[in-house]
Design a binder for this molecule. Sequence first.
Ligand code: CU
Ligand code: CU
Length: 342
Amino acid sequence: MAGPELTRRALFGAAAGAGALALLAGGSRVAGAGDGDAAGADGAAHGHGVLHAGTRGSVDHARNGFDPHAVLTDFDGGATRRLPGGRVLREWTVVAEEKEIEIAPGVRFPAWTYNGRVPGPTLRASAGDLLRIRFVNATPHPHTMHFHGLHRAVADGAPGTGPGGLVAPGREHVYEFAAEPFGLHLYHCHTFPLAAHIAKGLYGAFIVDPPGGRPEARELVMVQNGFDTNFDSANEVYAVNTVAFAYLDRPIALPRDDLVRIYLVNVLEYDLLNSFHLHGNFFHYFPTGTSLEPSELTDTVAQVQGQRGILELRFPHPGRYMFHAHQSEFAELGWTGLFEVS
Ligand code: CU
Ligand code: CU
């Protein structure tokens, strides 16, 4: 029965309705741990969906080494010092490592990580800062760090751009460039086969704050991603910040009326489109964060891979507000969460 024809769309039947069931049951989590054989190709071969209602469990965030709730507010400004003339220099060391991570209860994925986490650290700078990223490749495969932004070709981290375009196993490279333009960007490995290198987890958010910063707000980083657990070039699990249903399991607590700013990035591989939909509210949307004027007041935004934008909103009413991909299939396979407004 197992075979290449057994894709996540075939598996989908097992997961369909799980999200709705959990909500009807009171809003607790829905990502079942499977039967112990649900992880990876073996689970697929047995015909189980990797996520299905019924059994319950929880992801061991300590073992993963990162917690999706901490990822929301974990901004890494690097080590800073002033250069002669006053310009700020920011320095980071980012290490590519192979690591098995748990992406849903009992579902393990052999990830490639930046600094041991997926998504990698959210690197943050102010417009005009000089950035120096020492990239160490501690894996058996070549990798790079390719940043979106305005920089010289030699800092691009893509094949054919010099030594940073392919960093061999055990080697390192320093990428240096200015933080510009201000906005919400991303970085990812640009080694071919590109889809595989991204799908394995080598990506992260990159924020460049405008001169003077943005208004004070509760800030959250959400990197939309997915995981191909049976290596058929289609995703079985969808998420924001890696762990399926992490924010359905434990809603994101927000105070009523406070300004909330969400840095939303889509790095999802294998699917053409991703989206963010919010219940009971609307948000101002700043595409790529490169303007201080929003383009739209909406409750749904679509992003292709590499697209990103900043959402700003306030919740005037207390209660639980769902957010999820408006591809219902993704929502039911992990990409659903809740804001708990008090
Ligand atoms: Cu790579
Ligand atoms: Cu890119």
